[in-house]
Design a protein around this ligand. Structure first.
Ligand code: AP5
Length: 230
């Protein structure tokens, strides 16, 4: 039986997706969370929701995100702490885009201890920067269900329309070519140090993210099955 079709066990911990913009964190994190029936927590999605609702946090975050920089730790940490308090997180959750700085990672370590959760399982999507521009500028996302497409490599059946629910597809403002450069710089300076941080702790699992979406998914499931008791 294919790995994807086998019954899954339990994760009971935080799974973290780490990797540069466009490495496939959202694509894979959503799928893993769906399969295990636990929440998918994307700090990028949460912040975009604050922006679209015009909340005080959204108003502060918008210009920073538009420039391709990271939102200050203090704002992100409060938002994450509130989210993982909710009962649906008691059996574990999948982080996509968090933590992104060593300060965030240390804070998360403390939060997990407070919640009696085990050490996190960190999936590092390894990929060089040369393909990321094409992946990011080609990305389109469904307004209704959040399904992620790519006009070059993973197009919908009908242009501009989601295969799942007919929702309109949109391009994220920070996927414009001029914002992608600063985002990649922010990753190198502020987030890439987490690779060493988590590797030293023994939590890191490298996954070759240059492969197809399906092959990457398979490799992730194989890595995760070692901790899920399936
Ligand atoms: P966020 O939304 O987290 O964006 P990101 O990290 O830049 O990552 P992306 O969503 O762009 O890429 P992804 O790795 O999820 O790739 P995807 O699966 O979509 O953050 C946005 C902003 O919010 C930040 O810049 C910052 O300002 C702020 N922010 C968020 N979290 C923060 C935090 N913790 N602290 C501070 N600030 C924070 O795939 C991309 C494309 O590639 C898609 O088109 C997809 O179809 C395609 N693709 C995926 N996998 C493959 C594959 N294997 N082969 C071919 N194509 C593929």
């Amino acid at each position: 039986m294919a790995l994807e079709e086998r019954p899954v066990g339990k994760l009971d911990r935080a799974v973290i997706f780490l990797g540069p913009p466009g490495s496939g964190k959202g694509t894979q994190a959503k799928e893993l969370a769906r399969l295990y029936g636990i929440p998918h927590l994307s700090t990028g999605d949460m912040l975009r929701e604050h922006v679209s609702k015009g909340t005080p946090l959204g108003l502060k975050a918008k210009p920073i995100m538009d420039r391709g920089e990271l939102v200050p730790d203090s704002l992100v940490l409060k938002m994450v702490a509130e989210r993982i308090e909710r009962p649906d997180c008691s059996r574990g959750f999948v982080f996509d885009g968090f933590p992104r700085t060593v300060t965030q990672a240390k804070y998360l370590g403390e939060l997990l201890k407070q919640h009696g959760l085990r050490q996190p399982f960190v999936i590092y999507l390894v990929i060089g920067s040369s393909v990321l521009m094409r992946r990011l500028t080609g990305r389109r996302t469904c307004k209704l269900c959040g399904e992620i497409y790519n006009i070059y490599d993973r197009p919908p059946k009908v242009e501009g329309i989601c295969d799942n629910d007919g929702g309109a597809l949109f391009q994220r403002p920070d996927d414009r070519e001029e914002v992608v450069g600063p985002r990649l710089n922010a990753y190198e300076k502020q987030t890439a140090p987490l690779v060493t941080y988590y590797r030293r702790l023994g939590f890191l699992h490298d996954i070759d993210a240059r492969k197809s979406v399906e092959e990457v998914r398979h490799d992730i499931l194989q890595a995760v099955s070692s901790i899920s008791g399936a």
